[in-house]
Write a protein that binds this ligand. Structure first.
Ligand SMILES: Nc1ncnc2c1ncn2[C@@H]1O[C@H](COP(=O)(O)OP(=O)(O)OP(=O)(O)O)[C@@H](O)[C@H]1O
Ligand SMILES: [Mg+2]
Length: 444
């Protein structure tokens, strides 16, 4: 499925498989993504004017903000990265500066483009690898060889091709030529590109990176190494970079999680932390549109879509500096989870918690079965615990189920066959804990 042309309905449908409820947020995001695609169909002069409307997702902890981002990331064939605002520091302070998120996006775009190109040119790459290997095993004919020799050579070649394809030659040792190890000195984009360039050229001088090295490897390994060589030979690196930049420029999405952690509420003690406001200020030009130098090339951020998310427990969206608030015009609130949604989260998503535990214990030969009313009871106790103490959303399910299955998990290796988790068991394990607020606070 090509995610860039998915309709809003399809996007929501996809998210529904993993994230329960939160229809409002899903809808806004789906529309924003579709608008990117719509924009790409416009005439360039019009397209230039259409800038994305950035989104701010607000919802208390454990209601699915990061989960939505994670699922989007998996679905997207567009360059998409997720970063945590709390990881950045103001320019001038030691740490990652905000621009590095744009550099990461560029690298992500490049790797997507490379993958796409390799897939498109699968056959060419395979032919290249095959020829290189057979060349080693079968000395090529001198030019002007007789026709007879030529046909017997062709026959031998075909035979080797066949053997190579079905893995018969995998353990054979051959000597191949590969370029020197490409060392990624960028630290995944952490080093400013000016520095990275310097580092890289130093390493090239010292290590003679561009020189080819001979290496003895098995045919199996050679296949992998040569595939990498083939990409270098067959593709023009500059062209790939241009494509990647274009992709990132018009389709890139940066998800900034934990944005509330850089908000400074008026009456909090973190007022003393100058670097938080600095991070917000550094974010302004990037979100608004500026040009950032990356390893891939100069990347304009005007049309990159930013989605920010935060719980805003200790601070409010209005604690962000006004300029930044204004740059996230679309606000969506995620709902708190009720008993009913908790029940659905427990059972419905692909790879839901219940399915995970069933699979885990199956490894031990135990067939875990939850009765319907047991599941209801788990959701119920979780909701009560959330109400009585802090509301930690769906994460409560994890602590509750873990507690519930503690004994079974511990004994599983000596059990076998079907083990049913009944409502009685749930009540027995959890009712007392939930009754007293103190135990809830410490144990669940
Ligand atoms: N609506 C939901 N549907 C399915 N699973 C959910 C939902 N909400 C939360 N979960 C599950 O709960 C866990 C925590 O959710 P998530 O990481 O999305 O929380 P969050 O909203 O980002 O919270 P925080 O503000 O603390 O970062 C995840 O394992 C996720 O799968
Ligand atoms: Mg989160």
């Amino acid at each position: 499925m090509n995610s860039s042309s998915m309709t809003p309905k399809e996007i929501v449908e996809y998210l529904d498989k993993y994230v329960i409820g939160q229809g409002g947020a899903k809808k806004v995001i789906a529309i924003a993504l579709r608008n990117r695609w719509r924009r790409m169909q416009l005439e360039p002069s019009m397209a230039q004017e259409v800038t994305p409307k950035n989104i701010l997702m607000i919802g208390s902890t454990g209601v699915g903000k990061t989960e939505i981002a994670r699922r989007l990331a998996k679905m997207m064939s567009l360059p998409f990265i997720k970063v945590e605002a709390s990881k950045y520091t103001e320019v001038g302070f030691v740490g990652r500066d905000v621009e590095s998120m744009v550099r990461d996006l560029a690298l992500e775009a490049l790797s997507i483009v490379k993958k796409e190109e390799s897939e498109k040119n699968r056959e060419k790459i395979e032919a290249y690898v095959e020829n290189k290997i057979i060349e080693k095993l079968l000395p090529p004919l001198p030019t002007g060889a007789s026709e007879e020799k030529q046909t017997s050579y062709d026959r031998a070649f075909a035979k080797k091709q066949e053997q190579l394809a079905n893995g018969e030659l995998d353990n054979l040792k051959i000597e191949i030529e590969v370029s020197g190890a490409s060392i990624d000195v960028s630290g995944a984009g952490n080093v400013p590109p000016e520095m990275a360039e310097v580092q890289e050229s130093i390493i090239q001088v010292i290590g003679g990176m561009n020189k080819k090295k001979k290496k003895e490897v098995s045919v199996k390994e050679a296949k992998k190494l040569l595939e990498y060589e083939a990409q270098k030979e067959l593709f023009n690196e500059d062209e790939l970079k241009q494509k990647a930049l274009e992709k990132a420029r018009s389709g890139g999405i940066i998800f900034i999680d934990e944005i509330d952690k850089v908000a400074v509420s008026a009456n909090s003690s973190s007022r003393q932390d100058p670097s938080k406001e600095g991070v917000q200020r550094d974010l302004l030009p990037i979100v608004e549109g500026s040009s950032v130098k990356t390893k891939v090339g100069q990347l304009d951020t005007d049309h990159i879509l930013f989605i920010a998310a935060g719980a805003f427990h200790l601070s409010k969206p209005s604690d962000l500096i006004p300029e930044l608030q204004g740059r996230f015009p679309l606000r969506v609130e995620l709902d708190s989870l009720t008993k009913e949604t908790l029940y659905r989260i427990l059972t419905e998503p692909e790879n839901s918690l219940v399915k995970q535990y069933e699979a885990l214990l199956k490894v031990e030969g135990v067939e875990l079965k939850f009765s319907e009313d047991a599941l209801r009871a788990i959701a119920n106790y979780s909701a009560i615990a959330n109400e009585k103490t802090e509301d930690i959303g769906a994460r409560r399910l994890h602590t509750v189920v873990e507690r519930l299955l503690e004994d079974i998990s511990f004994e599983a290796d000596s059990m076998s066959g079907e083990v049913e988790v009944t409502k009685d068991l749930v009540d027995e394990k959890l009712s007392q804990l939930v009754e007293s607020e103190d135990t809830t606070r410490y144990i669940l």
